[in-house]
Design a protein around this ligand. Structure first.
Ligand code: NAD
Length: 491
C-alpha cells in the first residue's frame, strides 16, 4: 500500500494547497511506495512566513544555551530512531541499510557538536582609533534560511545546515529532494517530538521548479544553503538575485586519487574501493579519477580489478550487500552514455561496464573500471554519480599534480604514499577543498567540508561554519562627555 505523507509547516502536518502529490519510487524495484505533497508558491510562502514569525517572536531571542537544548533533543531522537530512519532512507534512495542506519546514528553527533558551540560564538571589542568611543562587534542571526537538499546523504546534508543555523538563532525552511523526500518528513516527526516552537523548522516537498525556485527567490529568505548539482546551482544563484540573500554552494566533484609506487597497496585498494564503490559511487566526494604510478601500474590495476569483481551487488536492506541499486533511471542513462562515448574514443573496460542482470526492475550497475589513455575521455572528465572508475598512468610527481588539478571541479582528492614529504607536497598542491592522505571517505562534525572551483563555496561542519549563519553587527558607543564635533565631516 502506498504511504501518504504530509509536509511539516508551522508545526502542523499539511497537504499542498493544490492537493497535488509527488510519488516516490523504491529504487530496489522502482515501484511507487509513498506519496508526498507537491508544494507550490503558496505553500512555500506559508512556510517562509511561519519561519519569519518564529524568528521574530521567539527563536532569535532565546539564549543560545536554550537553543542548544533543542539540538541535543534532536540528537537523542536521532540515536533512538536511527534504525527506523535508516530503513526509510534505504527504501526511498536505494542506499545500503548498513550505511544509512549507521549514518543516522552518527548524524546525532553533528547536533551535539553545534549545541556545544552555540554559546561559544563571541563578539569583539575593537581597539578603535577614536577617543572615547567603545566599538564592539557581535554575531547576530541572519533570519530565515532556505536549505535545499539533494537526494543522497540527506540526513548529513541537512544536519550541517540545520544545526548551525538553529544554534545561531535562525529559523529554517528545508526543501527535500523530489527523488527521495520521505526521510526528511520522518525526521520532521522527530523535530515535532522535541517540542521546538512552531515555525522554527519547516520541511516542504516539491519539485525544483516551482517549489525550490519559489523558496530561493522568496523576499523573506536571507540565506540559502544549497547542496546539489552545478546546473541547479546556477539557477540558485540567479534566484538569489531576487532577494539578494547570502548563498553557499556544495556541488559535485570529479575527485582525483593517486597511488605512488611506495604506497601500502592493501590500504590503497581499500581506500579506492571506499572512494568510488561505496554508496555505488553516488557520493559527491567519489574518487572517480585514479592515477597509478607507471612502475606499479599493471600489478596494482589487476589487484583492483580482482577486488572490484568480487563486490557483491544486491538488495540494499541485506547486510551482505556491498553495492545496491542506482537511485534513478536518469543516473543509469548518464552512466551508460558516458561509458559508450568513452569506449568509442578508445577507453577499455576492464570490469563491469554494463547494467547487471540481477533485477529487471532495479537499476543495478556493477563496479566498473575503465582504462583511459587520457583524462579528457568522458568517464574521466564528467561527474557520473555512479560506480565507475577511470584509470590513468603517471610517471612523476609534478606531472601528477598537474593532472590532478586539470578538471573543473575541486571537491575532494586522495593520495596514497608512504613518503610523508611527498604526501605533504602533493596535498598542498592539489586545488580541492578536501585531501585524504592514505585514507578516503571520512566525515566528522569537526572537519570542514566543501569545495573549490566548480565544486562551490562555503564550508559545512567545523567551528568556522557556524559563523556562516551569523552576520557581524558593529556598535559604536560614545562615552564622551563632550558633544559630537563638526557634523559635516566624517572621520
Ligand atoms: P540536484 O541539483 O538535481 O537537486 C538538488 C536540489 O535542488 C533538489 O532538492 C531539487 O529539487 C532542487 N532544485 C532543482 N531545481 C531547482 C531550482 N530551480 N531552484 C531551487 N531548487 C532547485 O541534485 P541531485 O541530483 O539531487 O543530487 C546530486 C548532485 O548533488 C550531484 O552533483 C552531487 O555531486 C551533488 N552533491 C554534493 C554534495 C556536497 O556536499 N558537495 C553532497 C551530495 C550531493
Amino acid at each position: 500500500m502506498i504511504q501518504e505523507y504530509k509536509m511539516f509547516i508551522n508545526g502542523e502536518w499539511v497537504n499542498s494547497s493544490s492537493n497535488k502529490k509527488i510519488e516516490t519510487l523504491n529504487p530496489e524495484n522502482n515501484e511507487v511506495w509513498a506519496s508526498v505533497p507537491e508544494a507550490n508558491d503558496q505553500d512555500v510562502d506559508f512556510a517562509v512566513q511561519s519561519a519569519q514569525k518564529a524568528f521574530d517572536s521567539s527563536w532569535s531571542k532565546l539564549h543560545p544555551r536554550e537553543r542548544a537544548k533543542y539540538l541535543r533533543l534532536i540528537a537523542n531522537e536521532l540515536r533512538e530512531n536511527a534504525k527506523h530512519l535508516g530503513k526509510i532512507e534505504t527504501i526511498d534512495t536505494g542506499k545500503l541499510f548498513r550505511e544509512t542506519k549507521t549514518q543516522a546514528n552518527y548524524i546525532a553527533e553533528y547536533y551535539d557538536y553545534f549545541a556545544g558551540l552555540a554559546d561559544k560564538v563571541e563578539g569583539t571589542v575593537i581597539p578603535i582609533d577614536k577617543e572615547d568611543m567603545q566599538v564592539t562587534t557581535t554575531r547576530v542571526p541572519i533570519g530565515v534560511v532556505a536549505a535545499i537538499i539533494p537526494w543522497n546523504s540527506q540526513m548529513l546534508l541537512t544536519a550541517v545546515k540545520l544545526a548551525p543555523a538553529l544554534a545561531m538563532g535562525n529559523t529554517v525552511v528545508i526543501k527535500a529532494s523530489e527523488l527521495a523526500p520521505v526521510t526528511l518528513l520522518e525526521f520532521a516527526k522527530l523535530i515535532e517530538k522535541t517540542g521546538m516552537p512552531k515555525g522554527v523548522v519547516n520541511i516542504v516537498t516539491g519539485l525544483g521548479d516551482p517549489c525550490g525556485k519559489a523558496l530561493t527567490q522568496h523576499h523573506l529568505v536571507e540565506r540559502i544553503a544549497f547542496t546539489g548539482g552545478p546546473e541547479t546551482a546556477r539557477h540558485i544563484v540567479k534566484n538569489s538575485s531576487y532577494n539578494l540573500s547570502q548563498v553557499s554552494l556544495e556541488l559535485g566533484g570529479k575527485s582525483p586519487v593517486a597511488v605512488f609506487d611506495d604506497a601500502d597497496q592493501e590500504n590503497a585498494l581499500n581506500g579506492i574501493t571506499a572512494g568510488i564503490f561505496g554508496a555505488s559511487g553516488q557520493s559527491c566526494i567519489a574518487g572517480s579519477r585514479l592515477y597509478i604510478q607507471s612502475s606499479i601500474y599493471e600489478i596494482f590495476l589487476n589487484k583492483l580489478i580482482d577486488k572490484a569483481k568480487k563486490i557483491k551487488l544486491g538488495p540494499p536492506m541485506s547486510d551482505e550487500t556491498q553495492m545496491g541499486p542506482l537511485n534513478s533511471l536518469k543516473q543509469l542513462e548518464v552512466i551508460e552514455k558516458n561509458i559508450n562515448d568513452t569506449v568509442q574514443q578508445g577507453g577499455v573496460i576492464k570490469c563491469g561496464g554494463k547494467r547487471s542482470s540481477l533485477s529487471n526492475k532495479g537499476y543495478y550497475f556493477p563496479a566498473t573500471i575503465i582504462e583511459c589513455e587520457n583524462h579528457n575521455l568522458p568517464t574521466a572528465e564528467n561527474e557520473l554519480f555512479g560506480p565507475v572508475l577511470s584509470v590513468m598512468k603517471f610517471e612523476k610527481e609534478d606531472e601528477l599534480v598537474n593532472l590532478m588539478n586539470d578538471n573543473k571541479y575541486g571537491l575532494s582528492s586522495g593520495v596514497f604514499t608512504k613518503d610523508l614529504g611527498r604526501g605533504m607536497r602533493v596535498s598542498k598542491a592539489i586545488r580541492a577543498g578536501i585531501v585524504f592522505v592514505n585514507t578516503y571517505r571520512l566525515i566528522s562534525p569537526m572537519a570542514p567540508f566543501g569545495g573549490m572551483k566548480d565544486s562551490g563555496y562555503g564550508k559545512e561542519a567545523g567551528q568556522e561554519s557556524i559563523k556562516e549563519y551569523t552576520r557581524v553587527k558593529t556598535t559604536w558607543f560614545n562615552a564622551s562627555r563632550k558633544p559630537m564635533s563638526d557634523p559635516f565631516t566624517m572621520g
